[in-house]
Structures are given as C-alpha cells and as structure tokens.
Design a protein around this ligand. Structure first.
Ligand SMILES: [Zn+2]
Length: 269
C-alpha cells in the first residue's frame, strides 16, 4: 500500500513532468472510482490544464486551472505517463493530453479519482479530516498533537485523522529508531522521547523518499522505487538480529495488528 514516501515521490515527479499539460479527453473504465457521473467528470476535466501536483497523506492533489483532481491508489496501483500506442494492459482511467501523451491510471484493488471544484476542498469528506502530513511535523507540533490524548502510541501514529501518511510499511522502523514500544501509552511519553520520535519519523520517511519510495511501487515511467527490504531495519524481519544490539527481532500482537520490535531497544516500561 502506498504511504507517504511513495505518494510524495509520485507527487514530486508528477509536478515536474505534468505541469502545463492540457487535458483533451477522459476515458473512464471504472465509473465507481469517481464521485461524479462519467459525463460530469469528463466535462469538468476536459479543457483544464495541470497547474501543480501536491499530496496530503495518501492522496495526490492535482491542481487544475478549474478545480482539483484528487487521486488515491487505495491498496496500490500505477499512474503511467504513456501514449495511446503504448498503453499498459490494465487501466481504470485515462487522461489524454493535447501533446499526444496520456496518463493511464490503474488501481490494483479499488481507488478514487474525484473532481472537486476550486473552492470546495473543505467539503471533500475523504480528505478534509486528514491530519497534517507526517513530514511537516516538528517536535513541538507532535507534542501539541499528543496533548490530552490517550491510548497507545502505534494506533495514534497510524490514525490518518491525527497524522497523515504513516502506514504499516514504515511504522515498525519509526518506533525502533525512536526506541519506543508500540504499546507505550501516549500519556507516558517524555519530552525527550517525543523528540526522538519526531526525528525518527523524519529519518525513516526521508530515507525512502530519497530513493523514490518502496520497491513495490513504480513511478510515471514504470521504474520501481529503490527503497528495498535491505533498507528496512527491523520491519518484517522477525528472527533476524537487531541491527543495534543483535537481540532477535520479535513479531508481537498489538491489538488487531502485528508489530516487529527489538525487545531490548524498545522495552515496554
Ligand atoms: Zn536491539
């Protein structure tokens, strides 16, 4: 599933390569991924040009000169810059551009392509409740978010309405780098632990972002991200030695999810 590094690196590349392109046609294979009828969606997009591409959490925000195209790949998918003569086998949506290129969008399972009018973003139900992007947070922001909150650290970090962009791929290494157990209660965190956590979020997500995201996702030209299992410190590596203290990495149950921890580096106090 794409998380912040994958979405942010896609947004970066789309912003560079798609800016200024003028949409001349829209083909919809899967109308269920839209928030409008096919006809309304087509007439909203046709004739619009792409101004800028940004992201919020797992959503791509394509700013058009007449509103917003919001894309969410759900469990994963491809957004490929191709031509009509080099289309991939599978796609759910195609945006044709006046220069002859097109964007072929595929969702592996289910995704969203929503059109939102220029001043209506605050009414878009699926994005308006997202917390701030994880990479935009400094230590003080994180302290503020934790204020008056209860519950466990891991579930807070994964809650997209609190912090947007962290999912199951990166959470294990973030907590490991911060030397915090996933079941630590938020109330028990000290200022220096929150600072460690803030640094760990930056270090972990930026390491992948610099490599254009995880290896199981591809960019506009079909190239895989170069953040591989070798770059992952302890996530999904149960039975292997902790890279810091050599203790065996454990897979433990944390509520309804599993976590990978080093029991020595991340004690539950
Ligand atoms: Zn360790």
């Amino acid at each position: 599933m794409p998380e912040l590094p994958e979405v942010a690196s896609r947004a970066r590349q789309m912003n560079t390569e798609l800016r200024g392109k003028l949409i001349s046609g829209v083909e919809v294979v899967q109308p269920k991924c839209l928030n409008l009828s096919v006809e309304e969606f087509q007439s909203a997009l046709c004739g619009s040009s792409i101004q800028e591409v940004t992201y919020h959490g797992k959503w791509l925000f394509v700013h058009l000169n007449q509103g917003w195209l919001l894309l969410n790949l759900g469990m994963g998918g491809e957004i490929l810059l191709v031509t009509r003569s080099s289309l991939p086998e599978k796609y759910r949506l195609i945006l044709d551009f006046t220069d002859g290129s097109c964007l072929a969008i595929n969702f592996w399972w289910f995704g969203f392509a929503h059109f939102v009018a220029e001043n209506n973003l605050e009414h878009h139900k699926m994005t308006r409740k997202l917390g701030p992007n994880a990479l935009d947070l400094n230590t003080n922001d994180l302290k503020r978010l934790f204020q008056e909150r209860t519950g466990h650290l891991k579930s807070f970090l994964l809650d997209q309405s609190r912090i947007a962009g962290i999912g199951n791929a990166y959470i294990h290494d973030i907590l490991f780098l911060a030397q915090l157990h996933p079941l630590r209660s938020i109330k028990s965190l000290t200022d220096s632990e929150i600072e460690r956590l803030s640094n760990a979020i930056q270090t972990c997500l930026r390491a992948s972002l610099e490599k254009n995201g995880a290896f199981y996702e591809v960019d506009l030209h079909g190239w895989s991200g170069s953040f591989t299992m070798e770059d992952i410190l302890i996530g999904y590596k149960e039975g292997q030695p902790c890279p810091v203290c050599r203790t065996t990495i454990q897979k433990i149950k944390t509520g309804s999810t599993s976590s990978f921890i080093c029991p020595v580096c991340q004690p539950l106090l």
